[in-house]
Write a protein that binds this ligand. Structure first.
Ligand code: NAD
Length: 514
C-alpha cells in the first residue's frame, strides 16, 4: 500500500486544523510566529516525502531569513510572559501538553512511521519516551532551588550573605535532527519552557511534521502567545539567522558534527549545547558472554537501521573469541528483517532517503575494496539498506572511523584490551562505547580509559529517555543532556549579595588576641 499523503493516511483531528491548509489534496503546513500560523514570507514550500515509498505526504514552508528574524523577535518580545508565570503554572501547562499528546498518541505514532520510516513499535517507543521525558522533567523542575551562602567564612564578606539563583537565559534556539524528531524536540523544549525561556524551533527538513504537531500542542496547552515559535526550512537558509541573531541567548542543537562546528563558529559568545555525531565501539573481550554480546551488537548496530548517534558502529573483537563471535553474529543476524516498516515482522525500515543509502554504500564498497569480507548484505534498493556484516575491516577503511548511520556491523579483530583502547581513543568522536566482559577489572580499565561521554558494560549504549546523563567529548559535542542536566544547561546563575552591616545585623569579627 502506498503511503500517499498524511491526510489520507489519517484524518488529523480538529486541534491541528489551524496549522495547515490543503493544496491538491496534500496538507501544506505553516510556520508559527508570534502566536499565528502563517505562510513563509518567501512563498516557497518544501515537499516532505515518506522514506517508505517516496510518496509526497505533505508540504512545509521553506522559511526565509526574514521568517527566522521574525520568530526570534517574537520569542524575545514574549520572554517576560513565560518568565513571569509562577513555576507551578508552567508545570501545569506542560502537564497539559503531555495530556494532549497522550490523547493524540496515535497521530504522533502514525506521523513518525510515515515521515521517518520507523516501525510502529519504534515510533510508539519514541512517543512513550517523549511522554516520560516531560513527566520526569516536571518532577525534576521542582528542585531548581539555588543556594544560600553565609559570608562569614571569608574575611571580606563577614557581614554579608548571598543567594545564588537560577534564571532563564531568554531566547533559546532549538535545532533537531531527523532520527528522533519528536523526542529530540521534547528533550529541548520541555526544560527550556519549564525554566522560563522562550523558544524558536527549527526541525529537520526531512521529517518536520511531528515537530509541527508538537508546537500546536504546546500552543493549545496554554503557553502564552509568541513564546513558542517554529520555522521550517533548509538549515543553511534559516539556520544562520537563528544561530547568529543577537537576541538569541543559547543554541541547543542535536545534529551532525559538521553542522555543530558551523553553528559553533556562527554563534559567537552564545551558550551552546551540542549533541553531535558518534562512532560507538563495542569491545568484546576473551571472557565475554558471546551470545549476549552478539545480541546486543546487532541491536546496537541495526535498530532504526543504524540511524542513531549511540549506534554501535564498530566491533573490536579480541582475536581469541573472534571466530566464535562471528559464528554467533551470523546465526543471529537472520532475525533482522528489512522491509516496509508498516508490515508485521519487519524490524528494519528504510534509511531517511536514498542519498543516505548511497552514502553508506560508498563506505561499504570502500571497506570491501580495501580487503574487508562482506559476510551479509552490503547493498541497497532505493533507501532500503540490507542488514550488513563486514569482517576483518582494515583500519585504513573509512568505515572504521566515519560515522556510518546505516545498518552495518563493522568487525575489526584486535589483540587485547590495550589495542582496543588505542583504537577507541584515536577516534575524533567521543560519545559512547561499550565493553563485553565478565571481569570487573577489564570493565573498569575500559571504562576509565575510553575517552567517551558514556561507557556501557555488557550492554549496547542507549541514551533512552535521558534518566542517565549523556553527551559527547571531542567532535561529539559540548554539554550534557539529561532530565536534570538539561535544566541546568538552560538556566544561568545569578549571585545576589546582601550587606547586613548597615542594619547592624551582620557578624563582626573579634579582635585577634595577641
Ligand atoms: P544535520 O546536521 O544534517 O541536521 C541537524 C539539524 O541542523 C537539522 O534541523 C538541520 O536542518 C539543521 N541545520 C543544518 N545546517 C544548519 C545551519 N547552517 N544552521 C543551523 N541549523 C542547521 O543532522 P541530521 O542528519 O538531521 O541528524 C543526524 C546526525 O545527528 C548524526 O550525526 C547523529 O549522530 C546526530 N545525533 C546526535 C545525537 C546525540 O545525542 N549526540 C542524537 C541524535 C542525532
Amino acid at each position: 500500500m502506498s503511503v500517499t499523503n498524511l491526510e489520507k493516511v489519517m484524518k488529523l483531528p480538529s486541534l491541528f486544523e489551524g496549522c495547515y491548509t490543503s493544496r491538491d489534496g496534500v496538507p501544506e503546513f505553516k510556520i508559527l510566529v508570534d502566536g499565528k500560523w502563517r505562510q513563509s514570507s518567501g512563498g516557497a514550500t518544501i515537499d516532505v516525502k515518506s522514506p517508505i515509498d517516496e510518496a509526497l505526504i505533505a508540504r512545509v514552508q521553506s522559511g526565509t531569513a526574514g521568517d527566522a528574524d521574525a520568530a526570534v523577535n517574537s520569542a524575545y518580545a514574549s520572554r517576560k510572559k513565560i518568565r513571569d508565570i509562577p513555576a507551578i503554572d508552567r508545570i501545569n501547562i506542560l502537564n497539559r501538553a503531555r495530556h494532549i499528546i497522550e490523547v493524540n498518541r496515535d497521530y504522533f505514532v502514525k506521523t513518525l512511521v510515515v515521515e521517518a520510516g520507523k516501525t510502529h513499535e519504534s515510533a510508539l517507543g519514541e512517543v512513550r519516551a517523549s511522554l516520560n521525558r516531560i513527566k520526569m522533567t516536571m518532577e525534576e523542575a521542582r528542585s531548581i532551588f539555588g543556594e544560600y551562602i553565609p559570608g562569614d567564612w571569608s574575611e571580606d564578606t563577614v557581614a554579608k550573605f548571598a543567594l545564588v539563583i537560577h534564571e532563564p537565559l531568554g531566547v533559546i534556539t532549538c535545532i533537531t535532527p531527523f532520527n528522533y524528531p519528536l523526542f529530540s524536540l521534547v528533550a529541548k523544549v520541555t526544560p527550556a519552557l519549564v525554566s522560563g525561556n522562550s523558544i524558536v524551533i527549527k526541525p529537520a527538513t526531512d521529517d518536520p511534521l511531528s515537530s509541527i504537531l508538537l508546537s500546536r500542542v504546546l500552543q493549545e496547552s496554554g503557553i502564552p502567545e509568541g513564546v513558542v515559535n517554529l520555522v521550517t526550512g533548509r538549515g543553511r537558509e534559516v539556520g544562520d539567522t537563528l544561530v547568529g541573531h543577537r537576541l538569541v541567548s543559547m543554541i541547543t542543537l542535536t545534529g551532525s558534527t559538521e553542522t555543530g562546528k558551523h553553528v559553533a563558529r556562527m554563534s559567537e559568545m552564545k551558550k551552546l549545547h551540542l549533541e553531535l555525531g558518534g562512532k560507538g565501539s563495542a569491545v568484546v573481550a576473551d571472557d565475554a558472554d558471546i551470545s549476549l554480546a552478539s545480541k546486543k551488537i546487532l541491536e546496537g548496530a541495526l535498530k532504526f537501521s543504524g540511524q542513531r548517534c549511540d549506534a554501535i558502529s564498530r566491533v573490536l573483537a579480541f582475536e581469541k573469541i573472534h571466530d566464535e563471535l562471528m559464528a554467533q553474529l551470523m546465526k543471529d543476524v537472520v532475525h533482522w528483517k528489512l522491509g516496509d516498516p508498516r508490515e508485521k515482522g519487519v524490524t528494519m525500515g528504510p534509511l531517511i532517503n536514498e542519498g543516505a543509502a548511497d552514502r553508506v554504500q560508498l563506505l561499504v564498497d570502500d571497506a570491501v575494496s580495501k580487503g574487508a569480507l562482506r559476510l551479509q548484505g552490503g547493498t541497497h534498493h532505493g533507501a532500503y539498506f540490507e542488514p550488513t556484516v563486514l569482517d576483518n575491516v582494515p583500519l585504513d577503511a573509512k568505515i572504521a572511523w566515519e560515522e556510518t548511520f546505516g545498518p552495518v556491523v563493522v568487525v575489526i579483530p584486535v589483540k587485547d584490551l590495550d589495542a582496543a583502547i588505542k583504537i577507541v581513543n584515536e577516534s575524533r568522536y567521543g560519545l559512547d562505547s561499550c565493553i563485553f566482559t565478565e571481569s570487573f577489572y577489564t570493565a573498569w580499565k575500559a571504562a576509565k580509559s575510553f575517552e567517551e561521554g558514556s561507557v556501557a558494560i555488557n550492554d549496547a549504549p542507549a541514551h533512552g529517555v535521558g534518566y542517565f546523563p549523556f553527551g559527547g567529548n571531542k567532535d561529539s559535542g559540548l554539554g550534557r543532556e539529561g532530565v536534570g542536566h538539561s535544566i541546568d544547561e538552560m538556566t544561568r546563575l545569578k549571585t545576589i549579595q546582601f550587606n547586613l552591616a548597615p542594619a547592624g545585623l551582620g557578624k563582626v569579627r573579634q579582635q585577634a588576641k595577641m
